[in-house]
Design a protein around this ligand. Sequence first.
Ligand code: ZN
Length: 274
Amino acid sequence: MQRILSIFLGVTLAAGLATGCAKQRIVAEKAVADALISDEQEEKIGLQVKQELEQKEKIQYVQDPAVLEYVNRIITPILQSANRDRKGVKWKINVINDAKTVNAFATPGGFLYVYTGLLLAADNEAEVAGVLAHEAGHVVGRHSARAMVNAYGLNALAELALGKNPGAAAQIAAQLVGGGAMLAHGRSEETEADEYGARYATAANYDPRGLISFFQKLQQRQGDTPGVLKWLSTHPTNADRIRHLEQYISQNGLKGTEVGADRLAPIKAKLGGK
Ligand SMILES: [Zn+2]
């Protein structure tokens, strides 16, 4: 196993990791992630990240069953589509009780986190669905695993893969949380996640333009609420991004119809919004 691994890594390194070309490097990092990081290892890291978030960031979860059921109802059909593109992910949905933070993210192992501040910032269900489908897209694309290759290098991940260092998963998780590496993805991965997101939201019969209107909303609020718009800070939005999404939606004939403003309103009221 070790020999095969080192031959593979040698070839991959030569092919891409060592080059200065960003695109080739991403392809190489993806190949390394696929070879080195199994679903089980991702899950282990994801679990460690969760513990880090609970201990260091002191995140608190929503307990209200109505809110949890609401989020689950939105995301269940989205994940059914995502499961067709990547098998074996054991999704875990976490709703964080923090009305002041507009954020959602995914970590290795299919852990999805959404803040109540994001539900409050959205105007309808299609916007929430758009963000959650986008985050599921990052998991399907294994973007966190690739980022780990980039951030921790081959040695740390080879140790993890070969089981040489029992503390490797915990160390990587601590660095992921501390450095925020799990939150920021490259531009090509954002585009990929936007496309997955539009498809998954549509498959769940949501209007795929929900993500566009949410981006536009956050852009407008940029500045008046510093530090609050976390999702926008990891998801830089500009005219190109929105144009690409619009084109992707029309070229692929994505025509979900559900918007669901009436269903989000009572949940926002419960959370203390208008
Ligand atoms: Zn993203």
